[in-house]
Design a protein around this ligand. Sequence first.
Ligand code: AR6
Length: 184
Amino acid sequence: QVKARYQFPGGQNLEIAQGDITAEDVEAIVNAANAMLQHGAGVAGAILRKGGPQIQEESDAWVRQHGPVTHGRPAYTHAGRLPFRYIIHAVGPIWGEGDEQSKLSAAISGSLQLAEMLGIRSLAFPAISTGIFGVPKDLAARVFLQTIADYFSQSPNSPLSLVRITLYDTPTLEVFLETFETWR
Ligand code: AR6
């Protein structure tokens, strides 16, 4: 359910929506992962339950081949039983470890770059780092909006035509909508 929309000068849309990201009608979704791609709880657990074990198997193979996933270079796998072309596994910061804003920003811009490289035209993000990783919602909302805006101002002809931020719980949705109103 889309709650707010903004169109960039290049025609790309940014949407803020409420719902379960696994049910979004987009080509790819971003997972809020950890560096070892051990998908346990939160949105990662929901994605794994619905997509099936193929996602964890491909994730394990990724880590064996490339090592732990860094903030700026997300991993990707197929989506198992879920109807997406890919799942992008982005690693946000844990609150308290330092440099959280730039790490979160790197995870978001890295996901946008990877999506574009994979030929994805519509992508949904969860509120990376705001659950188990404990980053304050208002800080995360500002970083999300600023990073996406910077991305499209640097790539005005990006073929990524839809970026949706899908918020699950109402408190997080409200913070993102408030931040969006002052930002737009
Ligand atoms: N759709 C959209 N958002 C969701 C869903 C869903 N189905 N389920 C939860 N959320 P979290 P993090 C929201 O904890 O803070 C895992 O164990 C949730 O309400 O999933 O980056 C990983 O393996 C919150 O707003 O991610 C990592 O170890 C947001 O998704 C660690 O947690 C992010 O919460 C990552 O922690």
